[in-house]
Design a protein. Structure first.
Lengths: 156, 787
């Protein structure tokens, strides 16, 4: 397993180059190699959604991808969501205002999914049922989802 | 469906903050991905650990050969029990809580010694340069195990001639006890109505989205072991490490960093916590172990099965005369928690009702499964479920409305405080301190439009839909002792630092404590630094369990802050030559009322109380602007509430969809209603999971068949209803703040209310549900049998 492959990934707008083992998954690459630890690992089998990132603008489970698959692609993680001046994104602010997070472990993945949803909706209001369906790929054990739903309804 | 629930968190506003939904201080870092969870901690020179675990439920461990694994490049060491034992003071981890009912010593080993008793039990610990290499080594470890018969069903485990779940215990009855008062048999002999029922209640795991994990570092120069631990109980972990490693209290520090959910299992000190600590001392290198999800299914304690045979007796008016029966409880293979789980079930069965006579015989059976320990609700939901289902069956038998039969049996407010016939598990009287249970039910029925339900049912029925409604009342003893610690300290920097033995896993403990202290000291909560979950910050502490931290740590912090406030006033009064009554605290200063420019900063006062060599302290005070308090609750304080659920059931498929959910919740005075709502709603959804989705399945050989979230279903956003929470505030006089716990109460009534709604939706089929969770296949089978 000593073979290493050179990759170049644009992460939160910055080109990052590394040599990685082929078996290294993208979540571990972001967390352990780039020290972007906001992307969390909850199940490593693609169900819980905590590791969700934007991959070329679309949500993806970083635990189900290899780092080498990201070569030449662009990744956005939770660390790249707030404005450069530190202002929270409205989705992040709404989650706090509606108590949409408790332990915070699932939160980065939820934020990323809501970012994609917001872009897709492009200002078209969303019904609660539809929103809940969109969030159904995230497991949250703390909130019962209601604060997350209320935050999203507020912003989307 | 329009509910009035609309949390409107307010921005920080001037005191009093008590009772206001201020936003959480924890949120900002967590929202940016700047939390610091256990897997985010990376130390220089850190090595990685994995555990080779038993693949069989029961067996004799004959031999382990680690030589090939240790030869693999990147592997530093493979530890077995024999390797670690010389570093330990004892063979087993002395976990068992004191209980005279426990017959055998079934404390766990750090790694399996000569017998494995459940799938997932750790056998060997691999230390390597990376986790991947450590996992590569698994295949090179030679383990020889002679398979033995496994006990999976506790009913079979208690049968005559059953195989032993553990070779060192002559039978499987690990504990037996009886909860009783009055004369149940006499009550049954004189009853107008009797109902008999059998229930198989399954409750799942904690399933925090962050698994467990440990990072250990031993500094040989200072002889200091630091353990970062994703735990609810850092002080308990430290106590266990002191006992087992032979270090003294000054040589161990345990830190719970940001913890990604607890829900019970992180209360338990697991063998991995000791193994990683011992290995870090032996290796002289920092070591990190992060549990993967499969390990979480097989090696993290979980709550599981109870089998009830139970009967209720009532008079002609539907008033309860007695309940009697038997509970068989699946205990698992070891005892990390004593008998608390089934005892909570037995005591919480009483609920908010007058029950004159009671006898429950409880048998705890050893099984070859991971130990059963509390998850959110901790056995109470099962007790509540049994009582509420018995009341519904009595309602059917007597012809009374389900709400009416409850109303007739509820403890009335003029009976408060109400002493039940039972004792709590520490032997104290079980006394309900305050609450208006009748009003709670009345309000819940009103909010849920119970009286109009038949109209909704009929309208749905005309569309071919089957709607049902269910009701459940509950109590929960909260704020368990013996104590919790907090200190409030201001140094010459002027920074207010609150430390506590409490530990947080998402409850908002930091905000709650800052809110209480900010009120007392007249500052904004965000200016306060709260340190929780670090044994170096608080010499004493317990941690998170039993819905207790607002009650215990909240009162401790409030008391400590009040002492600091008095000291500030005393010094300022002396310095400024004004009476303390003419002073006020605001914005980090003490100042003269009506002349706010005349004042002193906390920093100045703290600086003076820090002392100058050879000079007296001002105003005859004691040194330091600080106070500590260990708050000791005199008894449990009982919160209560009522849940009403509405469900739609598809008889063709057995699929249940929850359509409405109403909660009336009374936990005394609310410190931060938004946080309490979050606890209640999260708790209800946990209960919905136990009722409809979560099922840990084992084969007859003890092999887990649900090891992913594709097999084991947690509730998701699309299947849970909007939950309307309404508060009552019956203060308790058991603590100065009048508060009660709220962490688990949401879970306690959910199974009962949802099951009632499902049964009610199918009432024309006469379906009686005796088994949780209510999966579509189970419900379909019941419907098929009923037709």
């Amino acid at each position: 397993m000593s073979e290493r492959i050179a990759i170049s990934v644009t992460v939160n707008g910055v080109v990052r180059q590394a040599e990685v083992e082929p078996r290294l998954n993208l979540a571990d690459f972001l967390r352990d190699h780039l020290r972007l630890t906001g992307t969390h690992i909850g199940c490593e089998h693609g169900v819980c959604g905590a590791c969700t990132i934007l991959f070329d603008g679309a949500t993806a489970r970083s635990c189900l991808m290899f780092a080498v698959q990201a070569d030449g692609h662009a990744v956005t993680t939770i660390e790249g969501v707030a404005s450069p001046d530190g202002t929270l994104h409205p989705i992040q602010a709404a989650l706090s205002a509606h108590h949409g997070l408790q332990c915070g472990y699932c939160t980065p993945g939820v934020v990323i999914t809501l970012l994609e949803l917001q872009r897709e909706r492009d200002g078209t209001p969303i019904q609660e049922t539809e929103l809940r369906h969109a969030l159904s790929g995230h497991l949250c054990r703390c909130t019962g989802y209601q604060g997350i739903v209320d935050a999203a309804l507020d912003v989307l | 469906m329009a509910f009035e629930y609309a949390p409107v968190p307010l921005m920080n506003t001037p005191a009093p903050l008590f009772g206001q939904s201020i936003r959480r201080l924890e949120d900002d870092a967590l929202l940016r991905g700047k939390g610091r969870y256990i897997a985010d901690i990376a130390l220089p020179g850190m090595l990685h650990a994995t555990f080779l675990r038993s693949a069989v439920a029961h067996g004799r461990l004959l031999s382990i050969d680690v030589s090939a694994a240790e030869a693999l490049p990147g592997v530093h060491r493979v530890f077995t029990y024999a390797d670690l034992r010389p570093s330990l003071t004892c063979d087993r981890i002395p976990l068992a809580m004191p209980s005279g009912a426990i017959r055998f010593d079934v404390d766990p080993y750090v790694l399996a010694k000569d017998e494995v008793c459940h799938v997932g039990e750790p056998i060997a610990l691999v230390i390597a340069d990376s986790r991947a290499i450590a996992e590569d080594a698994f295949g090179l470890i030679g383990v020889e195990i002679e398979s033995l018969p496994a006990i999976v069903d506790p009913r079979l485990g208690l049968a005559d001639g059953a195989p032993q779940a553990r070779l060192d215990c002559k039978d499987n009855l690990v504990a037996r006890m009886t909860a009783q008062y009055g004369d149940a048999d006499h009550a049954f002999a004189h009853a107008a109505h009797v109902v008999d029922a059998q229930f198989h209640l399954h409750k799942g795991g904690g399933h925090s989205i962050e698994t467990r994990g440990v990072v250990a570092r031993f500094d040989a120069e200072e002889r200091l072991l630091t353990l970062w631990d994703s735990t609810q109980m850092p002080h308990q972990a430290k106590r266990m490490l002191v006992k087992t490693l032979g270090l003294d209290e000054s040589q161990i520090r345990v830190i719970a960093p940001d913890v990604g959910g607890g829900f019970g299992p992180k209360f338990v000190f697991h063998p991995e916590e000791l193994a990683i600590a011992a290995a870090a001392m032996l290796m002289r290198a920092p070591i990190r172990w992060i549990e993967d999800r499969l390990e979480n299914f097989t090696a993290t304690t979980q709550e599981r099965d109870q089998y009830w045979q139970i009967s209720a007796a009532a008079d002609a008016d539907g008033r309860l005369l007695g309940i009697r029966g038997r509970l068989i409880h699946d205990h698992g293979a070891y005892t990390p928690y004593g008998v608390a789980l089934p005892y909570n079930s037995a005591t919480n069965l009483l609920g908010p009702y007058v029950l004159p006579n009671y006898r429950l015989d409880i048998s705890l059976c050893l099984t070859n499964l991971i130990p059963a320990t509390p998850t959110r609700g901790a056995g109470r939901p099962q007790g509540t479920f049994v009582m509420e289902r018995l009341l519904d069956r009595l309602a059917r038998k007597t012809g009374l409305d389900r709400a009416e039969i409850r109303r007739r049996n509820l403890i009335s407010p003029d009976q408060m405080p109400y002493r039940t016939g039972l004792t709590t598990r520490d032997g104290g009287a079980m006394i309900y301190d305050s609450g208006d249970y009748v009003e709670s039910q009345r309000r819940a029925l009103n909010f849920a439009q119970w009286d109009d339900f038949e109209t909704r049912r009929q309208a749905a029925r005309k569309e071919g839909r089957y709607l049902g409604i269910g009701l459940a009342n509950y109590v929960e003893g909260s704020g368990r002792g013996p104590f919790e610690s907090a200190s409030v300290r201001i140094g010459p920097s002027g920074k207010i630092v609150v430390t506590t033995g409490a530990a947080a896993q998402g409850q908002g403990t930091v905000t709650m404590l800052a809110q209480l202290v900010a009120d007392v000291l007249g500052v904004r909560p965000e200016t306060i630094n709260v340190i929780a979950g670090d044994t170096a910050a608080s010499p004493l502490g317990l941690g998170a369990f039993a819905s207790r931290q607002a009650v215990t740590a909240g009162n401790a912090a409030h008391r400590a802050a009040s002492i600091v406030r008095e000291k500030i006033l005393q010094v300022a009064s002396s310095w400024m030559e004004v009476s303390a009554e003419d002073l006020e605290l605001a914005d980090g200063r003490v100042r003269i009322k009506g002349a706010p420019q005349m004042g002193r900063t906390f920093a100045e006062i703290a600086g003076a109380l820090d002392g100058m060599p050879g000079y007296a302290l001002p105003a005859g005070t004691s040194p330091g602007l600080a106070a500590a308090n260990d708050y000791q609750p005199s008894a449990l304080t009982y919160c209560n509430g009522t849940h009403v659920a509405e469900a739609e059931v598809d008889p063709a498929t057995g699929v249940v969809r929850l359509t409405r959910y109403t909660v009336v919740h009374d936990c005394g005075r609310l410190i931060n209603p938004m946080l309490v709502d979050g606890q209640v709603i999260g708790g209800v959804v946990h209960g919905i999971g136990s009722t409809l989705y979560e099922m840990m399945i084992f084969g007859e050989d003890g092999q887990p068949q649900t090891g992913t979230y594709a097999d084991y279903l947690l509730p998701t956003a699309d299947v849970v209803p909007r939950i309307a929470v309404h508060h009552m505030e019956s203060p308790t006089n058991l603590n100065p703040l009048g508060i009660k716990g709220a962490g688990e109460s949401g879970t306690i009534a959910a199974s009962a209310a949802v099951t009632a709604a499902v049964e009610d939706a199918l009432r024309e089929f006469g379906v009686e549900i005796g088994e949780l969770p209510i999966t579509p296949s189970r419900l379909f089978a019941l419907l098929k049998a009923a037709r």
